[in-house]
Design a protein around this ligand. Structure first.
Ligand code: NDP
Length: 308
């Protein structure tokens, strides 16, 4: 995978899980196990850290969004498990102006002990997230959201951080030996943090990519002709089995909390009766997103070509 070359040259590898895979109960549908693969990256990080600078992530959480608090705590927990450092800045939205947050980010940009800066999204409405994110130094943008890093992905240079969620999806597909070259892939969603970088990554590995979005006509027919479907529309269980051809590979990026408190994705459970492989929710793309945050922070600390 082209996007993984920088990680490879710093000692990371994608394990081969092809012979080590489980199936959803009573189906022939493989579970693409993001939790297992994420644990593998935590172990690799623990090993690779030996004799190197300990990477440190600064996490900024503004406001009281309960889901954001859970995401931030999960990230901090994984960093600790890997032997990495993290520093949290939990900010009260009433006490912080946009400029005060930008000042904090600038001081973290100048701090040699900080390798990555993450601003947890979404921000409270009163803030302009573009202004805030754009104040992060590109070499410390371990989320891979900034135009500089998106540009490196779009041009195929891959010399800086790749957006964590789509990067995690690619690593997962590769670990399970899923060939992308020449495959018809549909990406449902075109956001800057998931859909667009996802499509570019698939394209860089020679898939034939269709982007679908809320104005797309005949989405069902488009999906039926796809060999790979990436569901990132943010619509609970919208991809039902009639969208999916027999033996398609389906990646569920969505994450939603249902009224009963359980989590679900953008893909309906019935899809596993038809698909040949599917990512579970939870335990699929979510843990891979955090694993790639770990990886991007390690590369920011260790990869000398990043120090521009
Ligand atoms: P956005 O809301 O930013 O984007 C959603 C995209 O889906 C848009 O491009 C939108 O189209 C498109 N869309 C919405 N409804 C439909 C529809 N009915 N048919 C086709 N396309 C549609 O979401 P994100 O990209 O940030 O996230 C997508 C999902 O992934 C969410 O559920 C989010 O929670 C989850 N997520 C999960 C992560 C993880 O770690 N597991 C990380 C990040 C996100 P248009 O552009 O026309 O509006």
């Amino acid at each position: 995978m082209k996007a993984f070359k920088r990680a490879e040259s710093n000692g990371f590898m994608i394990p081969d899980l092809t012979l080590d895979c489980a199936y959803f109960e009573n189906t022939k549908c493989k579970i693409l196990d993001g939790k297992k693969l994420s644990n593998n990256f935590v172990q690799q990080s623990q090993t690779l850290i030996n004799g190197r600078k300990i990477p440190c992530l600064a996490v900024i959480l503004i406001g009281n969004d309960p889901a954001s608090k859970v995401y931030v705590n999960n990230k901090i927990k994984i960093f600790k498990e890997a032997g990495f450092l993290s520093k949290s800045y939990i900010l009260n939205e009433d006490e912080y102006s946009e400029q005060k947050i930008i000042n904090l980010i600038e001081s973290l940009n100048n701090d040699e002990n900080i390798n990555g800066i993450l601003v947890q999204l979404p921000l409270p409405k009163k803030f302009n997230s573009t202004n805030i994110l754009n104040s992060i130094l590109p070499s410390k943008d371990v989320d891979g959201f900034l135009a500089h890093n998106m540009g490196s992905l779009a041009t195929g240079e891959f010399n800086s951080a790749v957006a964590c969620t789509p990067f995690g999806v690619m690593v997962l597909l590769h670990a399970y030996g899923i060939q992308l070259s020449g495959k018809n892939a549909v990406v449902i969603g075109r956001s800057n943090i998931v859909g667009k970088p996802m499509g570019l990554l698939l394209l860089s590995d020679d898939a034939t990519v269709t982007f679908a979005h809320s104005k797309t006509k005949n989405l069902k027919e488009i999906c039926q002709s796809a060999e790979i479907i990436i569901a990132a529309a943010g619509q609970p269980e919208m991809i039902t089995s009639d969208y999916v051809s027999n033996s398609a590979i389906v990646v569920d990026v969505g994450i939603h909390r249902k009224i009963d408190g359980k989590l679900c994705g953008d893909v309906h459970p019935s899809v596993k009766e038809k698909a040949s492989a599917l990512t579970p929710v939870p335990g699929g793309v979510g843990p891979m997103t955090i694993a790639m945050l770990l990886l991007n922070t390690a590369l920011s600390a260790w990869d000398l070509s990043n120090k521009k």
